[in-house]
Design a protein. Structure first.
Length: 425
């Protein structure tokens, strides 16, 4: 299919949807949309000339709209989606639309449980600095670009690819990057084998003239490469040498290796000096160990998107390595009842690595509350250094009591970042 010239986007403030909106706007489409509330991303869209209506109750679909694109967070009962049906307007999901865009471009898709956003941002930065003019759709606002979208050539697309609900399989990558694979999205994947099956299908879709960038020694990835990669070239990103980075932690060095390897797979003759300068210059992205300031008592405040036990543990480890003199305080906002329930022991072990931690009530997002799991159950399992608090106000007050010997990290995929902004000067 082709995307018609006039598009309405429901849930346009989502991080992927907003990047797609900017891409379509840049390419000359008429784009507008709606979102449930104001946000930094909505403000960014408005600044870039994309009209956004706040709220879904009053239908804002213009006459003459040729297509409705909806976020997967927006249910079929949404008033605007129902109205589009009444108006005879066809609708597709965000990833279906992104698949249409990727089909007409040389696409490099970055997938994996951890590190997708940073790797995608680093790769886009490399290709931009080495004058390849990529278009990029990224899962966070990258400080180097001032956006989650980088405007470039129509025939070269760098895109962050999510495995949730098999969204990855809607894309058409010539080069597929797999940073790692670990069980997540347990509301969709019942076990690791199901997740591996999705990645296996994604590997099989890469054409023989393409490439797969992965760690072939990883015991979860290795059997998939052996079974599905066929004649497609496999590049081991762990063999890449990378320079000193502004981002802390070995996990970010691994992200940089993956980005460098993908750039070389796409353009084998890129100069190493150009690649390394881009990595050294990379400033990072919103909510990836982002410095927010200091509290009135002098505690240093960072915010991070970590919402999986492994990401929490690695972020705490990196913070302790970089700030050995600081007491590490974590404020965690669990994301989804299903994920928290399935991985509760792993979350408990990860939070216990901090000197102390507080846990806010679970962010339900797309789910109904599950009485079988709560932030109190998680905190109790983690031990005496982890405390459950019942409101953001209580979390904020607790963090403000810390002194200048503390490093505070707010963590989670919900809106815990607002607390970091409230307590930091």
């Amino acid at each position: 299919m082709r995307i018609p010239t006039s598009v309405f986007m429901v849930g346009i403030g989502g991080i992927g949807m907003s990047a797609l909106a900017q891409l379509l706007k840049y390419r000359g489409y008429e784009v507008c949309g709606s979102d449930r509330e104001e946000s930094p991303v909505v403000s960014l869209l408005v600044q870039k000339g994309v009209p956004v209506a706040v709220g879904h109750d009053q239908c804002s679909i213009p006459a003459g709209t040729g297509l409705l694109i909806y976020s997967d967070a927006v249910p079929s009962t949404n008033r605007e989606r129902e109205r589009a049906k009444e108006m005879g307007i066809p609708e597709i999901s965000y990833f279906e639309a992104l698949g249409v865009v990727s089909k007409d471009a040389r696409t490099i898709a970055v997938a994996g449980t951890h590190g997708k956003t940073t790797t995608t941002g680093m790769l886009a930065k490399i290709l931009q600095q080495c004058e390849k003019e990529p278009t990029a759709v990224i899962g966070s606002i990258v400080r180097d670009f001032g956006s989650n979208f980088l405007a470039g050539r129509e025939d070269l697309l760098v895109v962050e690819a999510c495995e949730y609900r098999d969204h990855l399989l809607k894309l058409h990558p010539e080069i597929l990057v797999i940073t790692n694979i670990e069980l997540d999205h347990t509301d969709y994947f019942p076990n690791l084998a199901a997740l591996q099956e999705t990645f296996g299908k994604a590997i099989a879709r890469v054409p023989k003239y393409g490439a797969i960038v992965a760690n072939p020694k990883d015991p979860i990835i290795a059997p998939l490469l052996e079974k599905y990669s066929s004649l497609t070239a496999v590049f081991d990103y762990t063999a890449q040498a990378v320079p000193a980075l502004a981002q802390i932690g070995e996990f970010n060095r691994m992200n940089a290796r993956a980005a460098k390897c993908a750039a070389r797979a796409a353009f084998p003759h890129l100069q190493e000096g150009c690649i390394d300068r881009a990595l050294m210059d990379f400033k990072g992205s919103w909510r990836r160990f982002e410095y927010k300031g200091e509290t009135p008592n002098g505690a240093v405040v960072y915010d991070d998107y970590a919402h999986h036990p492994t990401a929490i543990a690695k972020t705490i480890e990196a913070a302790r390595e970089h700030f050995p003199e600081k007491k590490i305080i974590v404020a965690f906002h669990p994301h989804l009842y299903s994920r928290t329930k399935s991985l509760v022991r792993e979350f408990a072990l990860a939070l216990a690595l901090a000197d102390s931690a507080v846990v806010a009530p679970i962010y339900a997002a797309r789910e109904e509350p599950d009485p079988a799991i709560s932030h109190h159950i998680l905190a109790d399992l983690a031990g005496e250094t982890v405390e459950a608090l019942d409101s953001f106000d209580a979390v904020r007050d607790r963090l403000l009591s810390e002194g200048n010997d503390a490093l505070i990290i707010t963590m989670g995929a919900g809106d815990i970042y607002k607390i970091a902004e409230q307590i930091a000067d």
